[in-house]
Design a protein around this ligand. Structure first.
Ligand code: FRU
Length: 526
């Protein structure tokens, strides 16, 4: 059917700042080459080369955001795990640092967390120079091979020089394994009210809480989750933190738990619970299963420790992949990126607590040049003139009106389509009949590496009268934040050619696009 386009008016304002190609010459030419590869994100964190998975040990100290991560420096597939390391002054621009933790006789260094021991409870530093403590899982491959159940234990290490060099505790492990095969991913917090350290970690189908006065001696407190939440796979990488409900004095605790497989769109995903925590046990406020992100590619995400009180934000980053295909995605010299950093907030909607994810405000610094369009009504398809916007490295913000009185009727489905010269299409849209939001990557590009990759990913969503989308596209990923982060969806994509066209589509009815703004995003690797 020939498409009909009703344009009320289009005013294009193009203010594209010149794209400075001034590269900082201090970066080695190898890094520069690596960062120009196909599919290499330009404003997301990636390791310079080789394999990366979970973010680890995120902690803020003396003006630096630390990002450690599961890293295997000898291959682009998973292997003996190290902690890679990078620092940033703004969570946006990263400096790669040498590997922080290497495997040792106790095993590989699996996921975990880091804290600043301000009171020097460990005795590893002083109150003048508090130690940075990493708490991680030892995974002993020999024990695993021998068929024991005790090959995962928790160990600690400390740094007295802002995470640059590390000493492992001489009596590791601090928490031996009682005979549970999956026994890993400790997240440690300081619990003010009880004056104790709390460790939460994953043990198969539950999380376990332990407490300690000094990060060395740990006492079991409680289990949580055996009969709650999703259980389609093993639980991994928990996190727990308090959050005040927006616009109220009420405070609740949020427990994040990653699960693999068993996510809402298959494979890996992260669920959350909202409830109360007294330093020993967690009591959920509801029995519902909630997901922090409905896309297929936001896993093992946790939050930064020790963010100063005068900032007060709860800051999150996730691994932008999925164990279904992470080791097979078509990148050559490195594998995987992190999501953009997100601020988590808690709202109460219809008496239900809801975690929302918002790109950190610092992200806006990368915006360069802008195109905006005036309102238009679309029926069928409307091509959007994108001027000098490089869609593969952009932020796209669009607001749709849903319940516009219209003699033509309201569309069953509408959204945005990005496409390339060989007809590959990525669709991001809302299905009003199903009341579901979606990212459709089934025809978005390469998928030969996994039969589970090409798919349309749905998220249940009750749109109100308007729907606001913020879409972040970066070489091989798309992150969508709906209505100020009430819904987040993150997917990776591998088009054979860059998406250069953008369309708004509206199926079986009309859709009004109220506002739109599109930006180029600057590279963070300068
Ligand atoms: C999650 C995970 C963790 C583990 C790490 C190993 O992706 O499986 O449970 O500590 O990766 O690299």
């Amino acid at each position: 059917m020939k498409t009909q386009i009703l344009l009320i008016s289009i005013v294009m304002i193009i203010v594209v700042a010149c794209n400075s190609n001034n590269k900082n010459k201090s970066i080695s030419s190898e890094i520069e080459t690596n960062q120009m590869e196909d599919y290499r994100p330009q404003y997301h964190f990636t390791p310079d080369s080789m394999w990366m998975n979970d973010p680890n040990g995120m902690v803020y100290y003396e003006g630096e955001y630390h990002l450690f991560y599961q890293y295997y420096p000898n291959s682009t597939v998973w292997g003996p795990m190290h902690w890679g390391h990078a620092v940033s002054h703004d969570m946006i621009h990263w400096e790669h640092l040498p590997i922080a933790l290497y495997p040792d006789s106790l095993g590989y260094i699996f996921s975990g967390s880091a804290v600043i021991d301000w009171e020097n409870t460990t005795g590893f530093g002083s109150t003048e120079n508090p130690p940075m403590i990493a708490i991680y899982t030892y995974h002993d491959p020999k024990g695993e091979k021998a068929g024991t159940d005790t090959y995962q234990t928790q160990g600690i290490a400390y740094s007295l020089d802002k995470g640059r060099s590390w000493t492992k505790y001489k009596n590791n492990p601090v928490l031996p394994n009682p005979g549970i095969r999956d026994f890993r991913d400790p997240k440690v917090i300081w619990h003010k009210e009880t004056g104790k350290w709390v460790m939460v970690f994953a043990a198969q189908d539950r999380v376990k809480f332990y407490t300690s006065p000094n990060l060395i001696d740990w006492t079991f407190e409680s289990d949580f989750g055996m009969e709650l939440g999703a259980h389609g796979g093993v639980w991994e990488c928990p996190d727990i933190f308090p959050l005040s409900i927006e616009e109220s004095n009420e405070e609740k605790w949020v427990l994040l738990v990653s699960i693999n497989p068993g996510g809402p769109n298959f494979g890996s995903a992260t669920q959350y619970f909202v409830g109360d925590f007294d330093g020993q046990g967690f009591i959920p406020s509801s029995e519902e299963t909630n997901w922090i992100d409905y896309g297929a590619d936001n896993y093992a995400g946790v939050t930064w420790s020790d963010i100063p009180e005068n900032d007060g934000r709860r800051l999150f980053i996730g691994w932008m992949s999925n164990w279904l295909y992470a080791t097979k995605v078509p990148t050559e010299r490195w594998r995987s990126a992190m999501t953009i950093p997100r601020e988590l907030q808690l709202i109460k909607d219809n008496n239900e607590y809801k975690l929302i994810s918002i790109p950190v405000i610092e992200q806006n610094k990368l915006r360069k040049g802008k195109i905006s369009m005036e309102a238009q009504v679309v029926s069928g398809e409307a091509t959007v003139e994108t001027g000098d916007i490089n869609l593969m490295q952009s932020e796209l913000k669009l607001t749709f009106q849903l319940n516009e009185d219209s003699q033509f009727g309201i569309a069953e489905e509408f959204g945005l389509e990005l496409s390339n010269s060989i007809g590959q299409t990525l669709r991001i849209g809302y299905d009003q009949t199903k009341r579901k939001f979606y990212i459709d990557r089934s025809k978005a590009g390469r998928f030969e590496f996994s039969t589970l990759f090409a798919a349309k990913h749905y998220a249940p969503y009750e749109a109100k009268s308007q729907l606001e989308l913020r879409i972040f596209m970066d070489a091989s990923s798309v992150e969508v934040f709906v209505d100020g982060g009430q819904l987040a969806m993150t997917d990776i994509v591998f088009p054979d050619a860059p998406y250069k066209q953008m369309k708004i589509y509206s199926l079986n009815g009309h859709t009004k696009l109220l506002e739109s703004e599109f930006w180029n995003m600057d590279t963070i690797w300068k």
